[in-house]
Design a protein around this ligand. Sequence first.
Ligand SMILES: Cc1ncc(COP(=O)(O)O)c(C=O)c1O
Length: 345
Amino acid sequence: MEYIDLRSDTVTKPTPEMREAMAEAEVGDDVYMDDPTINKLQEKAAEMLDKEDSLFVPSGTMGNLLALLVHCQRGDEVIVGDKAHIYVNEAGGMSALGGIHPRPLMNQVDGTLAVEDILASIQTEDVHHTITRLICLENTQNICGGVVLSAEYTRAVGKIARDHNLLLHIDGARIFNAAAALHVSIKELVEPADSVMFCLSKGLVAPVGSMLVGTTKFINRARHLRKMLGGGMRQAGVLAAAGLISLEKMTGRLEQDHARAKSLFEGLKQIQGLKLDATAGSSNMVYFDLLDDVQLSVSQIIEEMKKRGVLVDGSGPRRFRLVTHYWVDDAGVEKTLRALAEVLH
Ligand SMILES: Cc1ncc(COP(=O)(O)O)c(C=O)c1O
């Protein structure tokens, strides 16, 4: 059966054009920094985000970890959202591998960290305290619903960072979705950040890989630590070839995914038994809860949807997240709505 797969945008398989480019990619040894396709990808990513340099890394998790390890010393503190991927879903890498102390602040419904909370959490100089070093934002904010942090808000947090001699890292796994939803340039959106990680492997459809972007000095240190973590990937130009298509062709089409997430949102509103998040459809995600009168469990619904050719995933005991992406077309949205209406009937 042909499945419509809404579990995540990480499920995106490479396009035929990507597979062709991968087969034909010119490669070298990236540890010697002579893989021409990786070099081209890194130059292109840095240029698009208007930063000095960038580094191709195997995953978003490694990209974020490298940023934390470069910016912070052992015992330093990082201000981060309590719903941030870095804090919740990266296996505690910052503490386990970097000796870095997280300072989780409550993510607001709109995905931001309240400016007053950030200001109140910056440590004063005192032998009892850790040293606050870094602020991490996530854009789009996944657990809050794929919500989008504005350029204005990012500038405000960047100013706090500079005023207090701190650094700003953006987990921008889906930063191109954020830029598309806001209709702002990616350069403007990331301008206040010292470093940005973004993923090629999610809405941008590449099979593997993320980019870490920042100053030349920062990237040189990150390259060293990437090797330490076993992330020196040799002839990975075959992967970078797909990444180049992500940057050239996929960044410009994300609004289609957002429009389909909005169609899903509108359609789901018509189905009884669901409580949709007010923020659903902000970018390419729609989160909703099952109302108490729905007798089926999340796993039963997953099974029933699968029988009808639609893959969905739960994200809590009564919660779902549906994610639109390149391989979900209008007919896929219709099929999903029909199937769910039937299952919950
Ligand atoms: C917001 C966010 N940051 C980072 C990551 C990590 O990316 P990866 O799965 O490539 O490690 C994810 C993955 O879903 C994510 O949603």
